[in-house]
Design a protein around this ligand. Structure first.
Ligand SMILES: *Cc1c(COP(=O)(O)O)cnc(C)c1O
Length: 438
């Protein structure tokens, strides 16, 4: 055991301390500028698996799953598979699966998630998606439009359970591209216009379908716990209206996902216990007020469960004016280019006394917008061959990755107890050429 293990916030021999909340819980300073995660040195992982490589701390994922279960002991938790569609991760989490395509259904099934615990959502479900859902005996399908309810009535197996996706009109104060519960975006039935109440009626009128409950999703990277409480208030009122108008008590309330994580030093962590207190408190209070039984709560977090478990390692290829160019980029992390997501990074594996100054980390792709992070404080003597670690890269990296410029997607390597295990191997040139039939 090193001093850094006992006092993890103490810098080792002048090395910068780890920013709290950004690194997986088993990350420690290891001397010589190196870090260990899951008991494995990051420099060793880079040497063994090449770069870029995505490292996952299994202990972090398990710890997060436990905290969530403890905060919402009676809720059903469905992992938003799209955040990290990886079998090994679905297995470690052991939750229900929230999916939105035939591919994600196949992933959930092959990870052993029982059909009953598969929830299918999305504003477009193709015939292939629906067929996959029916074949998997997906427990719930989240209906997003009147056309879709008609389609489900015609095609779904008898007794198919349906949740109605509601737009509760709650502004979660997140990026416009990530806000999914305000009026005027593409998802769900409006609560304010009465469309949601009508949609429940439409489902109830179909003898082959069972209305199981209501669904909403405020968006992603939501920090405001009050937005969840407000959504509960509005959704419970809608449940009461459903009972009044249609004489039916729906027994599930799915609040979607969206819990935020910090990406850079100084950003606050999501207040999970506060959120649980407000959500569960509001649920009981409003159900009492409307004299309806408390529905089963369903939550669908993606990012919050896996983001902070991931670290991406890149090798510096070139240094030019304010740019540090690395061997990955928008192909393994398109989030900065897509919606201005901001990251930090840390030099790993070399100790230096050089002062730190702000750098721009540029990717390798043929786009001026291929920048991974800006204003990152890194040593002034950074040079080719150095290793950079980008924390909080566990969610929506692997999932959004492409093979732009025919760069193979990086491997995913889980670490725990001093051992590394490949969850997804690196994409090879053979993989890249296989679909091109000439
Ligand atoms: C994306 C999405 C989630 C997960 O969002 P996170 O921000 O990753 O928690 C959950 N439910 C639905 C319907 C989604 O579209």
């Amino acid at each position: 055991m090193t001093l850094a293990d006992v006092l993890p916030s103490v810098g080792l021999a002048g090395e910068p301390p780890l920013e709290p909340g950004l690194w997986p819980r088993t990350t420690h300073l290891a001397g010589g500028g190196d870090l260990t995660c899951g008991g494995v040195r990051l420099t060793r992982l880079a040497a063994r698996f090449g770069t870029p490589v995505q490292v996952f701390d299994e202990t972090e994922i398990r710890g997060r799953a436990e905290s969530l279960r403890a905060a919402f002991p009676d809720a059903e938790i469905a992992f938003a598979t799209k955040a990290l569609p990886v079998r090994g991760v679905l297995r470690v989490l052991g939750f229900s699966a929230d999916v939105c395509s035939a591919g994600e259904i196949a992933m959930a099934r092959s990870a052993g998630v029982p059909g009953e615990r598969i929830l299918v959502h999305g504003n477009v479900k193709t015939p292939e998606d629906l067929k996959a859902a029916f074949t998997a005996h997906a427990g719930r399908i989240v209906a997003d439009s009147a056309d879709e309810i008609d389609q489900l009535a015609a095609l779904a197996p008898a007794g198919q359970r349906v949740l109605v996706r509601v737009t509760p009109g709650v502004d979660a104060h997140t990026h416009r591209a990530l806000a999914t519960a305000v009026e005027g975006q593409k998802f769900g039935f409006s609560l304010a216009s009465g469309a949601a109440l009508d949609a429940v009626g439409q489902v109830l009128a179909q003898p082959g379908l069972r209305a199981a409950g209501l669904h909403c999703h405020l968006g992603s990277q939501v920090r405001d716990t009050g937005a969840y409480a407000e959504a509960v208030r509005r959704m419970v009122r809608l449940l009461a209206q459903v009972r009044e108008r249609h004489g039916e008590m729906l027994d599930q309330l799915d609040l979607g996902g969206g819990f935020a994580v910090p990406y850079r030093a100084g950003e606050p962590a999501f207040d999970l216990t506060g959120a649980a207190r407000r959500i569960l408190g509001m649920l009981r209070l409003e159900c009492d007020r409307h004299r309806i039984p408390v529905p089963r709560l369903v939550l669908e977090p993606g990012r919050w469960l896996v983001a902070t478990a991931g670290i991406t390692l890149y090798r510096v290829a070139a240094v030019k004016s304010r740019f540090v160019a690395v061997d990955g980029g928008m192909s393994d992390n398109p989030r900065p280019a897509l919606y201005g997501a901001r990251y930090t990074a840390r030099l790993v594996g070399r100790h230096t006394k050089a002062p730190r100054r702000p750098w721009t980390i540029a990717g390798r792709h043929c786009e001026a917008g291929d920048v991974l992070a800006e204003d990152v404080p890194l040593p002034a003597d950074i040079r080719p061959g150095d290793l950079l670690a980008v924390p909080v890269s566990g969610a929506y990296h692997h999932a959004l990755a492409s093979n732009y410029n025919l760069v193979g997607r990086p491997p995913l390597v889980a670490v725990a107890g001093g051992a590394a295990r490949v969850l997804v191997r690196r994409e090879t040139e053979e993989d890249l050429l296989r679909r091109d039939l000439g």
